[in-house]
Write a new protein. Structure first.
Length: 395
Protein backbone atom coordinates (compact mmCIF):
# COMPACT_ATOMS: atom_id res chain seq x y z
CA UNK A 1 0.00 0.00 0.00
CA UNK A 2 2.79 2.43 0.82
CA UNK A 3 2.90 5.44 3.15
CA UNK A 4 1.21 7.70 0.57
CA UNK A 5 -1.79 5.41 0.06
CA UNK A 6 -4.87 7.58 -0.50
CA UNK A 7 -2.98 10.45 -2.15
CA UNK A 8 -4.09 11.29 -5.70
CA UNK A 9 -1.56 12.83 -8.11
CA UNK A 10 -2.14 14.04 -11.66
CA UNK A 11 1.05 13.86 -13.70
CA UNK A 12 1.23 16.35 -16.58
CA UNK A 13 4.87 15.59 -17.21
CA UNK A 14 6.90 14.08 -20.00
CA UNK A 15 10.34 12.65 -20.73
CA UNK A 16 12.20 12.10 -17.42
CA UNK A 17 12.42 14.55 -14.51
CA UNK A 18 8.68 15.00 -13.96
CA UNK A 19 7.87 11.33 -14.57
CA UNK A 20 10.57 10.34 -12.04
CA UNK A 21 8.76 12.48 -9.45
CA UNK A 22 5.52 10.69 -10.30
CA UNK A 23 7.28 7.33 -10.19
CA UNK A 24 8.62 8.00 -6.68
CA UNK A 25 5.21 9.03 -5.37
CA UNK A 26 3.50 6.07 -7.07
CA UNK A 27 6.03 3.61 -5.68
CA UNK A 28 5.28 4.97 -2.20
CA UNK A 29 1.57 4.31 -2.62
CA UNK A 30 0.09 7.39 -4.27
CA UNK A 31 -2.43 6.97 -7.07
CA UNK A 32 -0.74 8.63 -10.04
CA UNK A 33 -2.72 9.32 -13.21
CA UNK A 34 -0.43 10.18 -16.12
CA UNK A 35 -2.01 12.51 -18.68
CA UNK A 36 -0.44 12.26 -22.14
CA UNK A 37 -0.94 14.11 -25.42
CA UNK A 38 -2.57 12.14 -28.27
CA UNK A 39 0.78 11.00 -29.69
CA UNK A 40 2.00 10.09 -26.23
CA UNK A 41 4.99 11.03 -24.08
CA UNK A 42 8.02 11.61 -26.33
CA UNK A 43 9.87 8.85 -24.48
CA UNK A 44 7.49 6.34 -26.07
CA UNK A 45 9.45 7.06 -29.25
CA UNK A 46 12.89 6.86 -27.61
CA UNK A 47 13.78 3.59 -29.28
CA UNK A 48 15.75 1.43 -29.46
CA UNK A 49 15.72 -0.39 -27.14
CA UNK A 50 12.25 -1.83 -27.33
CA UNK A 51 10.48 -4.67 -25.55
CA UNK A 52 8.01 -6.15 -28.04
CA UNK A 53 7.41 -2.74 -29.58
CA UNK A 54 7.26 -0.80 -26.29
CA UNK A 55 9.92 1.75 -25.34
CA UNK A 56 12.13 0.28 -22.62
CA UNK A 57 12.80 3.78 -21.29
CA UNK A 58 9.09 4.56 -20.97
CA UNK A 59 8.45 1.25 -19.23
CA UNK A 60 11.14 2.07 -16.66
CA UNK A 61 9.93 5.48 -15.43
CA UNK A 62 6.16 5.08 -15.74
CA UNK A 63 5.36 1.87 -13.87
CA UNK A 64 2.68 2.00 -11.15
CA UNK A 65 0.76 4.73 -13.03
CA UNK A 66 -2.57 4.77 -14.80
CA UNK A 67 -2.53 6.46 -18.19
CA UNK A 68 -5.07 8.66 -19.97
CA UNK A 69 -4.83 10.68 -23.17
CA UNK A 70 -6.28 14.20 -23.41
CA UNK A 71 -5.93 16.51 -26.38
CA UNK A 72 -5.42 19.76 -24.48
CA UNK A 73 -5.76 21.74 -27.71
CA UNK A 74 -9.50 21.08 -27.32
CA UNK A 75 -11.24 23.08 -24.57
CA UNK A 76 -13.38 20.03 -23.72
CA UNK A 77 -10.22 18.13 -22.79
CA UNK A 78 -9.07 21.08 -20.66
CA UNK A 79 -12.45 20.98 -18.90
CA UNK A 80 -11.96 17.26 -18.18
CA UNK A 81 -8.52 17.96 -16.74
CA UNK A 82 -9.88 20.78 -14.56
CA UNK A 83 -12.44 18.36 -13.16
CA UNK A 84 -9.65 15.90 -12.35
CA UNK A 85 -7.51 18.59 -10.72
CA UNK A 86 -10.41 19.87 -8.62
CA UNK A 87 -10.18 16.77 -6.42
CA UNK A 88 -6.47 15.95 -6.75
CA UNK A 89 -4.00 16.22 -3.90
CA UNK A 90 -1.11 17.16 -6.18
CA UNK A 91 -0.22 17.89 -9.78
CA UNK A 92 3.19 17.53 -11.44
CA UNK A 93 4.00 19.57 -14.55
CA UNK A 94 7.16 20.30 -16.50
CA UNK A 95 5.90 22.47 -19.34
CA UNK A 96 7.64 25.64 -20.47
CA UNK A 97 6.91 28.66 -18.28
CA UNK A 98 3.47 30.13 -19.03
CA UNK A 99 2.03 27.07 -20.80
CA UNK A 100 -0.24 26.05 -17.94
CA UNK A 101 -1.45 29.62 -17.49
CA UNK A 102 -2.39 29.82 -21.20
CA UNK A 103 -4.53 26.72 -20.72
CA UNK A 104 -6.21 28.22 -17.66
CA UNK A 105 -4.46 25.65 -15.49
CA UNK A 106 -2.01 27.87 -13.60
CA UNK A 107 -1.71 27.54 -9.85
CA UNK A 108 -3.59 30.74 -9.06
CA UNK A 109 -6.54 29.54 -11.13
CA UNK A 110 -6.56 25.95 -9.88
CA UNK A 111 -6.33 26.87 -6.21
CA UNK A 112 -9.66 28.70 -6.44
CA UNK A 113 -11.43 25.39 -6.91
CA UNK A 114 -8.98 23.34 -4.87
CA UNK A 115 -7.17 25.37 -2.17
CA UNK A 116 -5.50 22.21 -0.89
CA UNK A 117 -3.81 21.44 -4.22
CA UNK A 118 -0.04 20.94 -4.15
CA UNK A 119 1.29 22.26 -7.44
CA UNK A 120 4.64 20.70 -8.31
CA UNK A 121 6.68 22.37 -11.03
CA UNK A 122 9.91 21.11 -12.53
CA UNK A 123 11.86 23.04 -15.14
CA UNK A 124 15.32 23.64 -16.51
CA UNK A 125 16.25 26.57 -14.27
CA UNK A 126 13.29 27.25 -11.95
CA UNK A 127 10.32 29.57 -12.33
CA UNK A 128 12.14 32.68 -11.10
CA UNK A 129 15.45 34.35 -11.95
CA UNK A 130 17.00 35.52 -15.23
CA UNK A 131 16.90 32.02 -16.80
CA UNK A 132 13.28 31.23 -15.91
CA UNK A 133 12.17 31.34 -19.54
CA UNK A 134 14.89 28.99 -20.78
CA UNK A 135 14.28 25.36 -21.55
CA UNK A 136 16.63 22.87 -19.99
CA UNK A 137 18.20 19.49 -20.55
CA UNK A 138 20.31 17.29 -18.30
CA UNK A 139 23.47 17.94 -20.32
CA UNK A 140 23.00 21.73 -20.09
CA UNK A 141 22.36 21.56 -16.34
CA UNK A 142 25.42 19.39 -15.75
CA UNK A 143 27.59 21.87 -17.62
CA UNK A 144 26.25 25.01 -15.96
CA UNK A 145 26.20 23.54 -12.44
CA UNK A 146 29.93 22.83 -12.44
CA UNK A 147 29.46 19.05 -12.56
CA UNK A 148 31.21 18.68 -15.91
CA UNK A 149 34.14 20.70 -14.59
CA UNK A 150 34.78 18.13 -11.84
CA UNK A 151 33.97 14.96 -13.80
CA UNK A 152 36.57 13.23 -15.96
CA UNK A 153 40.07 11.83 -15.81
CA UNK A 154 41.98 14.97 -14.95
CA UNK A 155 43.09 18.48 -15.96
CA UNK A 156 43.44 19.22 -19.64
CA UNK A 157 41.04 16.50 -20.76
CA UNK A 158 37.69 17.18 -22.51
CA UNK A 159 34.70 17.86 -20.24
CA UNK A 160 32.73 14.75 -19.31
CA UNK A 161 29.18 14.50 -18.04
CA UNK A 162 28.13 12.00 -15.41
CA UNK A 163 27.07 8.85 -17.24
CA UNK A 164 23.57 8.83 -15.78
CA UNK A 165 21.23 11.84 -16.28
CA UNK A 166 21.72 12.86 -12.66
CA UNK A 167 20.08 16.28 -12.89
CA UNK A 168 16.90 14.78 -14.38
CA UNK A 169 16.73 11.96 -11.84
CA UNK A 170 17.70 14.10 -8.85
CA UNK A 171 15.24 16.86 -9.82
CA UNK A 172 12.47 14.26 -9.90
CA UNK A 173 13.45 12.93 -6.49
CA UNK A 174 13.65 16.46 -5.08
CA UNK A 175 10.21 17.34 -6.42
CA UNK A 176 8.74 14.14 -4.96
CA UNK A 177 10.34 15.02 -1.61
CA UNK A 178 8.96 18.55 -1.82
CA UNK A 179 5.45 17.34 -2.69
CA UNK A 180 5.51 14.82 0.16
CA UNK A 181 6.62 17.58 2.57
CA UNK A 182 3.90 19.93 1.31
CA UNK A 183 1.38 17.10 1.66
CA UNK A 184 2.38 16.60 5.30
CA UNK A 185 1.88 20.34 5.85
CA UNK A 186 -1.50 20.25 4.11
CA UNK A 187 -2.68 17.47 6.38
CA UNK A 188 -2.06 19.88 9.26
CA UNK A 189 -3.47 23.08 7.73
CA UNK A 190 -5.66 22.09 4.80
CA UNK A 191 -3.71 24.44 2.55
CA UNK A 192 -1.79 23.49 -0.53
CA UNK A 193 1.16 25.34 -2.01
CA UNK A 194 3.44 25.55 -5.01
CA UNK A 195 6.61 23.43 -5.05
CA UNK A 196 9.26 24.45 -7.59
CA UNK A 197 12.60 22.84 -8.42
CA UNK A 198 14.83 22.54 -11.47
CA UNK A 199 17.47 20.49 -13.24
CA UNK A 200 19.98 23.28 -12.57
CA UNK A 201 19.44 23.23 -8.80
CA UNK A 202 19.37 19.44 -8.73
CA UNK A 203 22.77 19.31 -10.42
CA UNK A 204 24.16 21.94 -8.04
CA UNK A 205 23.31 19.72 -5.06
CA UNK A 206 25.89 17.22 -6.30
CA UNK A 207 28.69 19.76 -5.79
CA UNK A 208 28.52 19.94 -1.99
CA UNK A 209 32.14 18.85 -1.39
CA UNK A 210 33.60 20.79 -4.31
CA UNK A 211 31.60 23.89 -3.43
CA UNK A 212 32.87 23.65 0.15
CA UNK A 213 36.43 23.64 -1.20
CA UNK A 214 35.78 26.61 -3.49
CA UNK A 215 34.08 28.62 -0.73
CA UNK A 216 36.98 27.95 1.65
CA UNK A 217 39.90 28.42 -0.73
CA UNK A 218 38.61 30.55 -3.57
CA UNK A 219 39.86 27.88 -6.00
CA UNK A 220 37.50 25.77 -8.10
CA UNK A 221 38.42 22.06 -7.94
CA UNK A 222 38.90 20.18 -11.19
CA UNK A 223 38.34 16.57 -12.28
CA UNK A 224 40.12 13.80 -10.39
CA UNK A 225 38.93 10.66 -12.12
CA UNK A 226 37.55 8.34 -9.45
CA UNK A 227 39.57 10.00 -6.67
CA UNK A 228 38.07 12.04 -3.82
CA UNK A 229 38.80 15.77 -3.36
CA UNK A 230 39.22 15.48 0.43
CA UNK A 231 40.47 11.98 1.29
CA UNK A 232 42.97 9.48 -0.08
CA UNK A 233 43.16 6.75 -1.10
CA UNK A 234 39.50 6.78 -2.08
CA UNK A 235 39.32 5.70 -5.71
CA UNK A 236 39.44 2.84 -8.22
CA UNK A 237 42.63 0.83 -8.72
CA UNK A 238 43.43 -1.67 -11.49
CA UNK A 239 43.72 -5.31 -10.46
CA UNK A 240 45.05 -8.29 -12.40
CA UNK A 241 41.65 -8.76 -14.08
CA UNK A 242 39.59 -5.63 -13.54
CA UNK A 243 39.11 -2.77 -11.08
CA UNK A 244 38.50 -2.40 -7.37
CA UNK A 245 37.26 0.60 -5.40
CA UNK A 246 39.17 1.36 -2.20
CA UNK A 247 37.54 3.49 0.50
CA UNK A 248 40.25 4.59 2.96
CA UNK A 249 38.26 7.66 3.95
CA UNK A 250 39.89 8.12 7.36
CA UNK A 251 43.18 7.46 9.12
CA UNK A 252 42.02 4.24 10.74
CA UNK A 253 41.02 2.76 7.41
CA UNK A 254 44.31 3.83 5.84
CA UNK A 255 46.32 2.05 8.51
CA UNK A 256 44.11 -1.03 8.18
CA UNK A 257 44.55 -0.98 4.38
CA UNK A 258 48.35 -0.98 4.35
CA UNK A 259 48.38 -3.80 6.90
CA UNK A 260 45.94 -5.94 4.89
CA UNK A 261 47.72 -5.48 1.56
CA UNK A 262 51.11 -6.20 3.13
CA UNK A 263 52.59 -2.73 2.62
CA UNK A 264 53.08 -1.21 6.11
CA UNK A 265 56.07 0.72 4.78
CA UNK A 266 53.67 3.08 3.03
CA UNK A 267 52.46 4.35 6.39
CA UNK A 268 56.07 4.92 7.44
CA UNK A 269 56.61 7.14 4.40
CA UNK A 270 56.31 10.78 5.48
CA UNK A 271 54.44 11.59 2.26
CA UNK A 272 51.65 9.14 3.06
CA UNK A 273 51.44 8.84 6.85
CA UNK A 274 48.61 11.41 7.22
CA UNK A 275 45.79 12.46 4.89
CA UNK A 276 47.17 15.92 4.12
CA UNK A 277 50.34 14.30 2.82
CA UNK A 278 48.44 11.65 0.88
CA UNK A 279 46.38 14.34 -0.84
CA UNK A 280 49.47 16.43 -1.61
CA UNK A 281 51.22 13.38 -3.09
CA UNK A 282 48.20 11.64 -4.58
CA UNK A 283 49.92 10.82 -7.88
CA UNK A 284 52.81 9.06 -6.13
CA UNK A 285 50.44 7.25 -3.77
CA UNK A 286 48.29 6.09 -6.70
CA UNK A 287 51.34 4.78 -8.55
CA UNK A 288 52.50 2.81 -5.51
CA UNK A 289 49.07 1.28 -4.90
CA UNK A 290 48.53 0.51 -8.59
CA UNK A 291 51.63 -1.69 -8.54
CA UNK A 292 50.35 -3.59 -5.52
CA UNK A 293 46.74 -4.10 -6.64
CA UNK A 294 47.79 -5.32 -10.09
CA UNK A 295 49.38 -8.38 -8.47
CA UNK A 296 46.05 -10.12 -7.70
CA UNK A 297 42.62 -10.47 -9.31
CA UNK A 298 39.71 -8.46 -7.96
CA UNK A 299 38.05 -11.38 -6.16
CA UNK A 300 41.25 -12.18 -4.29
CA UNK A 301 41.65 -8.64 -3.04
CA UNK A 302 38.00 -8.41 -2.07
CA UNK A 303 38.27 -11.53 0.07
CA UNK A 304 41.31 -10.18 1.90
CA UNK A 305 39.85 -6.73 2.44
CA UNK A 306 36.33 -7.82 3.40
CA UNK A 307 37.66 -10.35 5.90
CA UNK A 308 39.71 -7.53 7.41
CA UNK A 309 36.69 -5.25 7.72
CA UNK A 310 37.92 -2.79 5.11
CA UNK A 311 35.40 -1.04 2.77
CA UNK A 312 36.03 -2.11 -0.82
CA UNK A 313 34.01 -3.20 -3.82
CA UNK A 314 34.27 -4.21 -7.46
CA UNK A 315 33.42 -1.97 -10.41
CA UNK A 316 30.40 -3.76 -11.88
CA UNK A 317 28.71 -3.40 -15.24
CA UNK A 318 25.00 -2.61 -15.21
CA UNK A 319 24.14 -6.23 -15.97
CA UNK A 320 26.47 -7.45 -13.21
CA UNK A 321 24.79 -5.03 -10.78
CA UNK A 322 21.39 -6.43 -11.76
CA UNK A 323 22.58 -9.95 -10.92
CA UNK A 324 24.34 -9.04 -7.66
CA UNK A 325 22.83 -10.87 -4.66
CA UNK A 326 22.55 -7.66 -2.62
CA UNK A 327 20.62 -5.99 -5.46
CA UNK A 328 18.23 -8.91 -5.49
CA UNK A 329 17.95 -9.15 -1.70
CA UNK A 330 16.97 -5.47 -1.50
CA UNK A 331 14.38 -5.97 -4.29
CA UNK A 332 16.08 -3.41 -6.52
CA UNK A 333 15.25 -5.53 -9.56
CA UNK A 334 11.59 -6.54 -9.81
CA UNK A 335 9.36 -7.74 -12.64
CA UNK A 336 6.00 -6.55 -13.94
CA UNK A 337 3.56 -8.07 -16.44
CA UNK A 338 2.88 -5.53 -19.20
CA UNK A 339 -0.18 -6.00 -21.45
CA UNK A 340 1.92 -5.59 -24.62
CA UNK A 341 5.54 -6.20 -23.64
CA UNK A 342 4.93 -9.17 -21.36
CA UNK A 343 7.29 -9.85 -18.46
CA UNK A 344 9.46 -6.75 -17.96
CA UNK A 345 12.13 -6.18 -15.33
CA UNK A 346 12.45 -2.76 -13.71
CA UNK A 347 14.35 -1.03 -10.91
CA UNK A 348 12.72 -1.27 -7.48
CA UNK A 349 11.89 1.30 -4.81
CA UNK A 350 15.10 2.45 -3.07
CA UNK A 351 13.33 3.45 0.18
CA UNK A 352 12.10 0.72 2.52
CA UNK A 353 9.28 1.25 5.05
CA UNK A 354 8.78 -1.16 7.95
CA UNK A 355 5.03 -0.66 8.43
CA UNK A 356 3.78 0.67 5.10
CA UNK A 357 6.02 -0.87 2.43
CA UNK A 358 5.84 0.64 -1.03
CA UNK A 359 6.71 -1.26 -4.16
CA UNK A 360 5.92 -1.97 -7.77
CA UNK A 361 2.23 -2.77 -8.18
CA UNK A 362 1.91 -2.64 -11.94
CA UNK A 363 3.59 -1.86 -15.26
CA UNK A 364 3.63 1.36 -17.26
CA UNK A 365 0.38 1.94 -19.16
CA UNK A 366 -0.02 1.49 -22.89
CA UNK A 367 -1.10 4.73 -24.54
CA UNK A 368 -4.58 5.67 -23.35
CA UNK A 369 -5.01 2.40 -21.46
CA UNK A 370 -7.06 3.88 -18.60
CA UNK A 371 -8.80 6.79 -20.36
CA UNK A 372 -12.25 5.19 -20.31
CA UNK A 373 -11.82 3.89 -16.76
CA UNK A 374 -10.64 7.22 -15.33
CA UNK A 375 -13.25 9.32 -17.12
CA UNK A 376 -15.91 7.00 -15.77
CA UNK A 377 -14.67 7.76 -12.25
CA UNK A 378 -15.24 11.46 -12.96
CA UNK A 379 -18.85 10.97 -14.05
CA UNK A 380 -18.54 10.51 -17.81
CA UNK A 381 -20.89 7.87 -19.22
CA UNK A 382 -19.87 5.27 -21.78
CA UNK A 383 -21.68 6.97 -24.67
CA UNK A 384 -20.19 10.31 -23.72
CA UNK A 385 -16.67 8.83 -23.70
CA UNK A 386 -17.33 7.19 -27.07
CA UNK A 387 -18.22 10.59 -28.50
CA UNK A 388 -15.13 12.23 -27.02
CA UNK A 389 -12.96 9.49 -28.53
CA UNK A 390 -14.63 9.81 -31.93
CA UNK A 391 -14.05 13.56 -31.93
CA UNK A 392 -10.39 13.28 -30.92
CA UNK A 393 -10.83 14.97 -27.54
CA UNK A 394 -9.50 11.90 -25.71
CA UNK A 395 -7.91 8.64 -26.81
Amino acid sequence: MGPLDGMKVIELAHVMAGPVAGLMLADMGAEVIKVEKPEGDDVRRSVPPEVKGESASFLMVNRNKRGVVLNLKDPRAVAILKKMLATADAVIENYRKGTMEKLGLGYDELRKANPGLIYGEISGFGRTGPYADRGGFDLIAQGMSGLMAITGEGPGRPPVKVGAPVSDITAGILLAMGIAAAYARRLQTGQGQKVDTSLFEAAITHTYWQSAIAFATGVSPGPMGSAHPLNAPYQAFPTADGWINIGAANQGNWERLVRLIGAPELNDDARFSVNTGRMAHLAELTEALNAIFRTRPTAGWLQVLEEGGFPAGPVLSIAEMHADPQTRAREMVVATDHPAAGRVETIGLPVKFSDTPGGIRGPAPVLGQHTREVLGEYGYGSAEVDALIAEGVVR
